[in-house]
Ligand binder design. Structure first.
Ligand code: SF4
Length: 345
């Protein structure tokens, strides 16, 4: 993906009229072109000149894992400077959702997360984020389908790379480009309070998701180290401000770790904090990441019991089907394997 401003600047340098820049941008963002060679509406000399100056793809796809029933695909990419990045496509009957990474690794270091074990290598650019989506848009197009939703929920903390994440949202939403409705785009944070406040002021109607994973500060300090900076009360106060400002709901994500955060105490505190009508809770069974075995995936009956307990306490709550368990779809898992096989300095 190339930002339309960059295309326009290069076209001006080449002495081309502005409509040529629009043609190229549309071919990339709508036509999902991967090179200039196929843009046969452009003169051959211009295609050659563009190829010398611009690279349409910012990521190279290295490996794709497909879940047995084909409902999830995970692709490991390499950035042009050699960093591993992964994204997941989850297909349902009517929806096709791409889970996008915003950073190479992550500085937050959640206790159960493979991306956290990588540490932060670097922020991704908006182009690198959009290219993860366009990659899956091409494979869906071959099957007569399209990307219906994008969630910024892969490797990285989006609000630690706020400007580029929002630029990616605007590129995806651009009517003259990829044209995905803002309401179909969700940004997920682990609770970066200034980021929640900034998002509330954005003109785009994006969805906010907050990864909770624990309902008491004591447990959350252990699972999500950023909780020592932004305490649960502060996170919930920011969510309340967000709801007041935007009149939109907040989705809370809760990765269920057997025997750790599915206890009666946690369920009780969760029910007290995540109150309808503006808050909804999504329970996600932990994907075992092949790490040191500290955490375990809950059995189906344990997950169902937690769900029932929360619903009985009045929480608006769903269990997220996780089609990716068979394809190492815990965030950062595939990239971590890549780095552990081929460590970088
Ligand atoms: S769960 Fe999210 S915020 Fe936590 S370490 Fe992993 S990528 Fe970072």
């Amino acid at each position: 993906m190339i930002d339309p401003h960059t295309i326009a600047a290069v076209m001006t340098d080449l002495g081309e009229p502005p409509y040529r820049a629009r043609q190229v941008y549309e071919a990339l963002a709508r036509g999902l072109a991967v090179d200039f060679e196929g843009m046969t509406s452009l003169p051959a000399s211009l295609r050659r000149a563009l190829a010398e100056r611009l690279r349409p793809l910012s990521l190279e796809d290295m490996e794709t894992l497909v879940a047995p029933r084909g409902s999830a695909r995970k692709t490991l990419f390499a950035t042009l400077d050699g960093h591993p990045v992964e994204a997941v496509l989850m297909t349902y009957a009517k929806r096709a959702t791409v889970c996008v990474s915003t950073q190479v690794g992550c500085a937050v270091g959640c206790a159960f997360c493979a991306s956290g074990r990588l540490g932060l290598r670097r922020d991704l650019t908006a182009e690198e984020m959009v290219d993860q989506v366009l990659h899956f848009a091409r494979s869906l197009r071959d099957a007569g389908r399209r990307v219906t939703n994008v969630v910024f929920m892969g490797m990285g903390e989006p609000f630690h790379n706020y400007d580029e994440t929002l630029r990616a949202c605007r590129l995806l939403n651009d009517e003259s480009g990829f044209n995905l409705a803002a309401r179909s785009i969700s940004v997920s944070t682990v609770g970066v309070v200034p980021g929640i406040d900034r998002l509330a002021e954005e003109p785009l109607q994006l969805n906010l998701a907050v990864s909770l994973h624990a309902a008491t500060d004591e447990l959350r300090d252990r699972l999500v180290p950023l909780n020592r900076t932004y305490r649960l009360d502060e996170v919930f106060a920011a969510c309340a401000r967000y709801v007041r400002r935007t009149h939109r709901k907040v989705l809370f994500e809760y990765v269920v770790l057997r025997g750790v955060n599915d206890t009666d105490e946690q369920a009780q505190m969760l029910a007290a904090r995540v109150r309808p009508p503006h808050y909804h809770l999504n329970l996600i069974a932990y994907n075992e990441t092949g790490g040191d075995g500290e955490f375990a995936r809950p059995r189906a009956d344990q997950l169902a019991a937690l769900h029932a307990r929360l619903e009985a306490a009045g929480v608006s709550c769903t269990v997220r089907r996780s089609p990716g368990a068979e394809i190492e779809a815990a965030c950062g898992q595939l990239a971590l394997r890549e780095v552990e096989t081929d460590p970088q300095p």
